[in-house]
Ligand binder design. Structure first.
Ligand code: G6P
Ligand code: MN
Length: 442
């Protein structure tokens, strides 16, 4: 019998929380819980999700002893074994700014890539550091799993602040979401696939995909993508036009660069002009999410709350939730299962800097993640990664040193921008839009 855990979900008001709750229900044998508590700094936003979650849990998780939600950190973080963090400093309103401002200057406007990613990163660091300090002051041994974006920048800042803390893990669901589509093309279960992968967050490649018996499926996957196309399969994104376009573009990347299977986010760096041209100021991804996922989730909550039952609502566990939960279970119960996670390089990829936060497969153990060796990567990937890494490091430097120059260097290096005057104009606009969130740059 696995011991029961106490879980806090930080960012309880997130549009992803209901999916995580359904995933916790589906995974209760793998990751049994005694207590779930939500924490959010936005009381109202959290309350709606929490009230619906309470009903779902009552109906589907009677074994759970306690469910609470709070805006009080002490109450939330005391006596916790595991923390899932998924916050968005500034909310979707600021995501909209991040995505609009670069587009006004003719370049990619995206949540985590390019100028939008930098803006979001400089907002996230302060809150993330404070949250982790607070969690640590009340639950010093809790496992902290972080989904907060932009994960590359957040992970770098957290590594600077909490280097010795082996119980903080940054993680992203994009590799597993991509693997979910591979699995579906092969008529297999996603958990049967074993990946080899390297890169930075939202900036990586699958070099090989095996099954559990060690059969190499890589070429079959590549051929299928080339012949049949590539489409999102997880229910959360399968019917979303923007995600369908993104997956379609992954096929083009494979045609142009057939060596490895790309993370979908590479489209912004490899085809920045095409992507920028497609963006519409009035229809940013943030807008689509506000009018789409956010609206849908809030309506589902209202229906559940009004009917006092969730029986009629079609919400399922999703790969986003299940990935986080199974990763946590592997850490807590020392299952030594392999997950793609973000860790300090330290020689894993031998020809890039040791202090890079890299995204690679690791065995998740009770002593933390134990990454597998990647070795030397070919020049093309090394070149791209070194460039992106310099951008990421400069963003975090700019944050800690309050440096305008480093922020400008970062944006100029970013492949979605390149032109220094454009970088400068965007930076000046971002500074204005992020007053009160960013440190004052000098
Ligand atoms: C994937 C990425 C996340 C990102 C999300 C955005 O799940 O891994 O890092 O936040 O996509 O999706 P959205 O539908 O909000 O644009
Ligand atoms: Mn991600």
């Amino acid at each position: 019998m696995r011991s029961k855990q106490n879980l806090v979900i930080v960012g309880g008001g997130s549009t992803y929380t209901l999916g995580i709750i359904m995933s916790l229900v589906a995974e209760k044998a793998n990751f049994p819980l005694r207590k779930i508590v939500f924490y959010d700094n936005d009381k109202q936003r959290q309350e709606k999700i929490a009230k619906a979650s309470e009903i779902i849990l009552k109906e589907n998780y009677p074994e759970l002893e306690t469910f609470t939600y709070t805006t009080n950190k002490q109450e939330a973080f005391t006596d916790i074994d595991v923390a899932f963090i998924q916050i968005r400093t500034g909310g979707l309103r600021m995501r909209e700014q991040d995505e609009e401002i670069p587009v006004r200057h003719g370049v990619v406007g995206q949540e985590t890539c390019g100028a939008g990613g930098m803006a979001y990163g400089m907002r996230s660091i302060t809150d993330m550091v404070a949250l982790i300090q607070d969690i640590r002051s009340y639950s010093k041994d809790a496992w902290i799993l972080n989904y907060t974006n932009p994960a590359a920048i957040v992970a770098d800042a957290l590594n600077r602040e909490f280097k010795a803390d082996e119980r903080i893990l940054n993680i992203c669901d994009m590799p597993i979401a991509i693997m979910h589509s591979y699995a579906s093309m092969l008529h297999k279960d996603v958990w049967e696939l074993v990946p080899e992968y390297f890169g930075l967050n939202h900036f990586g490649w699958f070099t090989r995909i095996y099954d559990k018996e060690g059969n190499d499926l890589t070429d079959t996957i590549k051929n299928k993508i080339l012949e049949e196309g590539f489409i999102p399969k997880d229910k959360e994104i399968a019917h979303d036009e923007s995600w369908k376009q993104t997956f379609k573009q992954a096929r083009q990347m494979l045609i142009d660069f057939p060596e490895y299977l790309p993370n979908t986010y590479l489209q912004y760096y490899l085809y920045p002009d095409d992507l920028a041209k497609k963006e519409e100021i009035g229809n940013t991804r943030a807008r689509q999410v506000i009018n789409g996922r956010e609206k849908r989730v809030h309506e589902q909550c209202d229906q559940i709350i009004n009917a006092k039952t969730a029986a009629m609502i079609d919400i399922e566990s999703d790969i986003h939730g299940v990935y986080m939960i199974r990763a946590a279970a592997s850490l807590v119960y020392h299952l030594q299962e392999t997950y793609i996670v973000i860790v300090e390089n330290n020689g894993i990829i031998s020809n890039i800097p040791n202090d890079a936060m890299v995204e690679v497969p690791a065995s998740l153990t009770k002593h933390g993640p134990k990454p597998y060796v990647v070795g030397e990567i070919p020049r093309f990937y090394k070149g791209l990664i070194e460039n992106q890494l310099a951008y990421e490091k400069l963003v975090v430097d700019a944050f800690y040193e309050n440096s305008y120059t480093k922020a400008l260097q970062a944006l100029t290096l970013n492949r979605t921008i390149v032109h220094a005057p454009t970088a400068k104009a965007i930076l000046n606009d971002l500074i204005k839009a992020n007053q009160g969130y960013w440190p004052a740059l000098k």
